[in-house]
Ligand binder design. Structure first.
Ligand code: URA
Length: 225
């Protein structure tokens, strides 16, 4: 499918059109991103500033998937540039992972929020919204083809791994999933911001999970040399 065709797909059909095109090897990230900018597959676009698509190199050895853009991401148009992104950046650095080498994205591409005075408070996307958006992240996976995939928090884990998986039970270990040679889950970085006096311990555990990924990537690079 050529760029014009994908962008010309009806706005509500764009996620599936993009996935079909990616699976047939005829889509590129820029045209997919352009098509996603006009996505109307659920109602979240109406209250969001813009579609926040994934960012990073294509292909990339590592892909990180969060839930949905927050207030800052909605304004800036890039994933993980707000407070949770700050935690993620510090943790990646401590784990020895170069964020610039990773493709970073979310399961849901529009910010879902409710007003609270002058603030916009995050609201969890529901099953319908996650399902409508899922083909976008599947398309990103097709194009990025990561060796390691990290699912940050329950929304990403359950959307891509299934409802029976649990972050608390399954974190930090290889999951039996087909999206990448290594699929691992850990907490969402925003949970560390909410951890109160346990914040340091929560951050340390997050870094330990990311080090599992870093060591695995190092070992794999050596074994492929
Ligand atoms: N939380 C997410 O899940 N993703 C972002 O991009 C920002 C906050």
């Amino acid at each position: 499918m050529r760029p014009a065709t994908l962008a010309a797909a009806p706005p509500e059909d764009r996620p599936t059109a993009a996935l079909v095109a990616a699976r047939s090897g005829s889509a590129e990230l820029d045209e997919v991103r352009a098509a996603a900018a006009g996505c109307r597959a659920c109602d979240l676009w109406a209250r969001a500033t813009q579609t926040v698509f994934g960012k990073g190199p294509v292909p990339a050895r590592l892909m990180l998937v969060g839930e949905q853009p927050g207030d800052r991401e909605d304004v800036e148009g890039e994933p993980f540039v707000g407070p949770a992104g700050g935690v993620l950046a510090r943790a990646l650095e401590e784990a020895g992972i170069d964020r610039e080498q990773a493709f970073v994205t979310n399961v849901v591409k529009h910010f879902k929020w409710r007003p609270s005075g002058k603030r916009r408070l995050h609201e969890r996307p529901n099953r319908t919204e996650v399902g409508a958006c899922l083909p976008w992240v599947q398309t990103e996976l097709e194009l990025v083809r990561p060796e390691a995939l990290v699912l940050l928090g329950a929304t990403a884990l359950n959307a891509l791994g299934g409802p029976e998986l649990s972050v608390l039970r399954d974190r930090g270990q290889a999951l039996d999933l087909a999206q990448a040679p290594l699929v691992l889950t850990t907490v969402h970085p925003s949970s560390i911001l909410r951890a109160g006096e346990d914040r340091d311990a929560a951050f340390g555990a997050f870094v330990r999970d990311l080090r599992v990924v870093q060591r695995w990537l190092d070992r794999r690079a050596l074994s492929l040399e």
